[in-house]
Ligand binder design. Structure first.
Ligand code: ADP
Length: 607
């Protein structure tokens, strides 16, 4: 599908330019032109010309303190200053000049009116018409659609074309595709549904974290159904002036109805669809826009062929009126891809790059656990860039693995020089994590340990790889995870008898996990299955808010500390018991800077 570019500059911009040009013309250029024709001469020249009777008309301008006169033939206009000359009148009479003739023609008031007001207005209107026609054509690809201007929607129209996005381009997300396939079928064959009396939902809400392919899915529905696709972001509706957004919504729906059957896609609908909370000083413009959207959705009769798809990553913030039956009554979750999904997405994007035989997508997908579709696309692209940078022509497994690290931890920091002692501490820290993970049966095996600093600020890291999909985690697994996170600091304490700042991220993660176990997963004896916290932002980082009394909060804090402390002790115990291995592997890492999981396990299993 081709996307047609939106106009860059608003019309008002062109109006202002024309206005400035006209003002300059009127005030500066016109008088300048008039004055330019006059030649300034001395008084003696004037006397000489009167004596020679080479003078035609004379105009005495008392207020200006000047005399304007022409030569005999009237071809040139001269100007001279007035001086106290008692013979002036006689001199002029003798010369035969006609006095008081108007030399510099005063423009008639009508002409002035036409030049200064009517002409500019006509030019304005002309330019306005021309521009709007041009923009209109650009936007619709034809001369017969909407007129652009303030309050008009600037929905992009995706023209149908054979290379449109299809469901096959969206990898994974099988459940979402299945749900949307019904809509495609309806757009192909509405009669089948009408016969039975079934109504297609007017609106479908695609919810999920950013970068999981919501926009792609909406485009794919349009591509599969071979219908026009209107797309607009929620934030584009909200303008500075109240009422503009509502007018844009009206306009968008008008266009859509003309082009039905079609798909209207509203990205980031939470920008306009947020709950109206009736607070004083609320956002009037947004609420009016939302009201208009609700009205439009009610307004069109059933089965008129306009299907609205909307995407959001904050479904909980949407106004209930928007999600009630009859409006966005179908919700399609577009979740982060699972292992199989990740592998498929990698394959889809890898089609565009040249691959080496060594590439194992399953392994890459396992390493990139938790990555979204957009991140996976980025990983493939980073790998391709790295291939070019190193002067090869095929993307290898190593390129892909390195690019995962680039996407997760940033680029390698070339000029970060760690002191010897720092490097040693980082080695022990990372091996501490890895060793604690490996010694606890339930922890995932270590994939790679590195102490090469990254641009994200990480001085090193241990990459763990899940063997399969994990949907559930037991209490024991969570505890082991906390122990693994504290393993780095535990190793530092054990070996160097001191703590460093390197563990701040581990501490944050461990605390978050421990808090969730107590407040949300019901994993403490004391609080049993009572929720102390609710997730407010499921798809965007999972922010939480506490829903308990201040005393309980204090109790929770105590419990969290207790839990983390216990796991920290456990980690230290594991490392104490395996001190020799800790030293051996840390020294090896210190030498090599990066070691693989296999190398790690080899040393660990060596008797
Ligand atoms: P969202 O709208 O959910 O934020 P997009 O649909 O804009 O995400 O996806 C951004 C990019 O990520 C797409 O252009 C595509 O390259 C890639 N992508 C995301 N999900 C998928 C998927 N399931 N299959 C293939 N590519 C995907």
């Amino acid at each position: 599908m081709q996307e047609i570019k939106k106009p860059r500059k608003p019309l008002i911009f062109y109006y202002v330019i024309v206005m400035i040009i006209l003002l300059l013309f009127n005030f500066l250029l016109m008088p300048w032109f008039a004055e330019r024709q006059i030649v300034e001469v001395g008084y003696e020249q004037f006397i000489k010309m009167t004596e020679e009777k080479d003078i035609g008309q004379v105009e005495i301008q008392q207020e200006e303190n000047r005399i304007l006169f022409t030569d005999k033939d009237g071809t040139r206009i001269y100007e001279t200053g007035m001086i106290d000359d008692p013979d002036l009148t006689q001199r002029l009479v003798d010369s035969g000049a006609s006095i008081y003739g108007q030399i510099v023609k005063q423009t008639s008031p009508w002409l002035t009116l036409i030049l200064s007001w009517i002409l500019p207005i006509l030019i304005f209107v002309g330019i306005g018409q021309y521009m709007s026609k041009k923009l209109m054509n650009r936007a619709s690809g034809g001369p017969d659609s909407m007129i652009f201007g303030m309050g008009k929607s600037n929905a992009k129209v995706y023209v149908k074309s054979s290379e449109g996005i299809r469901f096959s381009d969206v990898a994974g997300e099988d459940e979402a595709k299945e749900s949307l396939a019904e809509i495609v079928d309806y757009l192909h064959n509405p009669g089948k549904y009408r016969e039975v009396g079934a109504n297609m939902p007017k609106g479908v809400l695609l919810v999920g974290p950013p970068g999981t392919g919501k926009t792609m899915l909406a485009k794919a529905v349009a591509g599969e159904a071979n219908v026009p696709f209107f797309s607009m972001s929620g934030s584009e509706f909200v303008e500075m002036f109240v009422g503009m957004g509502a007018s844009k919504v009206r306009d968008l729906f008008k266009q859509a109805k003309e082009k039905a059957p079609c798909i209207v896609f509203i990205d980031e609908i939470d920008a306009i669809g947020q709950k109206r909370d009736g607070r004083v000083g609320g956002n009037d413009e947004r609420e009016q826009t939302l009201n208009q959207l609700l009205t439009e959705m009610d307004g069109f009769e059933n089965n008129n062929g306009v299907i609205i798809l909307a995407a959001t990553n904050r479904p909980e913030s949407l106004d209930p009126a928007l999600t009630r039956p009859g409006r966005f009554d179908r919700r399609v979750p577009v979740e982060l891809p699972d292992l199989k999904g990740r592998e498929e997405i990698l394959k889809v994007h890898a089609k565009k790059v040249k691959l080496d035989d060594s590439v194992d997508f399953n392994k890459v997908a396992r390493m990139a656990s938790g990555a979204s579709g957009a991140e996976l696309a980025n990983i493939v692209n980073e790998a391709a860039l790295r291939t070019v940078r190193t002067g090869r022509n095929c993307v290898t497994q190593a390129d892909l693995e390195e690019s995962i690290e680039v996407v997760i931890a940033g680029y390698q920091k070339k000029n970060a020089i760690l002191t010897d002692q720092e490097k040693k501490i980082v080695s022990y820290h990372e091996v501490g994590h890895a060793l604690v993970a490996a010694m606890q049966t339930h922890s995932a095996p270590v994939q790679k340990i590195t102490i090469v600093p990254r641009t994200s600020g990480a001085l090193g890291y241990t990459m763990q790889v899940d063997e399969g999909n994990h949907y559930l985690m037991s209490q024991e697994e969570l505890e082991n995870k906390i122990a693994t996170l504290t393993g780095g600091r535990a190793a530092e304490e054990l070996v160097f008898h001191s703590s460093s700042t390197g563990a701040s991220n581990d501490i944050e993660q461990a605390t978050k996990l421990a808090r969730s176990m107590i407040t949300r997963y019901g994993m403490s004896e004391e609080f049993d299955m009572v929720a102390m916290e609710t997730v407010t932002n499921q798809y965007l980082g999972g922010d939480t808010s506490l829903t308990c009394s201040a005393e309980t909060q204090a109790e929770i804090d105590r419990k969290v500390v207790e839990l983390v402390k216990k796991q920290h002790e456990k980690a230290r115990k594991i490392l104490e018991d395996n001190r020799e291995k800790l030293d051996e592997i840390s020294e090896y890492l210190y030498e090599k800077e990066t070691i693989t999981g296999d190398e790690f396990m080899k040393i660990l299993e060596k008797k």
